[in-house]
Design a protein around this ligand. Structure first.
Ligand code: NDP
Length: 253
């Protein structure tokens, strides 16, 4: 398959890590790969979506935003069908949309639990289900799911988030086994603490405390994650499936 014909779908592509992934996939030109077209899904920020279309799109590169709630299977199917029609197919899926609703379990509401499980985990089921038939039929697909170090080691106050991210890892390994023989790979990237809107509410003291527990003594950048996603979608990673790559400055070594 000609690399420059690759077509990607990224959920949660308007901000933070997802935005960096859209840029990386659209511009990646290493290892003989040139990803030309990316459809991204977002939930609320129309202005952010328009800005990315303007900023990243070019004469050679189609970048199209689709507004949808990633928690709905029906909306996932609709947006995947629309993306496939606009891009001419789908080769890559990056499940990145995610939220936090932190609370100690004794105080956690049912809504805080459900919202996090639905956005972080059910969306991965929705979009994977919506693209998988196409990938299996064409005997090619690269699926990368954004988990978290919290899904590997847990975190007090994040039982909902940790459960969703551990769930993503178990889901990914299972689907990797189901479709490996069809040349569809499924891997996870587990970020540590990354500078995005999700972590901007941390104050200076919390950041300093956090950094003390990171062997590299700093938070990561969205591009640190995006480059690894790009690698997992490149031909250099063709024989890698069912893996979790922690990109966390050494937190989980
Ligand atoms: P941000 O909060 O910066 O961005 C989240 C993105 O998800 C936005 O584009 C948002 O779209 C989208 N989104 C949220 N809810 C929905 C929904 N219901 N349907 C569709 N899209 C939705 O998050 P980050 O960039 O920090 O995080 C990206 C991923 O990385 C998440 O899965 C997160 O759990 C994971 N991660 C982040 C870490 C960090 O330290 N930042 C650490 C470990 C993992 P919109 O703007 O339109 O609402």
């Amino acid at each position: 398959m000609q690399s420059k014909n690759k077509r990607a779908i990224v959920t949660g592509g308007t901000r933070g890590i997802g935005k960096a992934i859209v840029k990386e996939l659209a511009s990646k030109s290493c290892c003989g790969v040139l990803f030309s077209d990316v459809a991204f899904i977002y939930n609320s920020c129309d202005e952010c979506a328009a800005e990315i279309e303007r900023e990243v799109g070019s004469l050679d590169t189609k970048i199209i935003g689709f507004k949808a709630d990633a928690t709905s299977l029906e909306e996932a199917q609709r947006t995947v069908d629309a993306a496939i029609e606009k891009l001419g197919g789908v080769d890559i899926l990056v499940n990145n949309a995610g939220i936090t609703r932190d609370n100690l379990l004794l105080r956690m509401s049912e809504k805080e639990w459900d919202d996090v499980i639905n956005v972080n985990l059910k969306s991965v089921f929705n979009y994977t289900k919506a693209v998988l038939k196409h990938m299996v039929n064409q005997r090619y697909g690269r699926i990368v799911n954004i988990a978290s170090v919290v899904g590997l080691i847990g975190n007090a106050g994040q039982a909902n988030y940790a459960a969703s991210k551990s769930g993503i890892i178990g889901f990914s390994k299972s689907i990797a086994r189901e479709v490996a023989s069809r040349n569809v790979t499924v891997n996870c990237v587990a970020p540590g603490f990354i500078e995005t809107d999700m972590t901007k509410s941390l104050n200076e003291k919390q950041r300093e405390l956090l950094s003390q527990n990171i062997p590299m003594k700093r938070m990561g950048k969205p591009e640190d994650i995006a480059r690894v996603v790009g690698f997992l979608c490149s031909p250099d990673a063709d024989y890698i499936t069912g893996q979790v790559i922690a990109v966390d400055g050494g937190m989980t070594m």
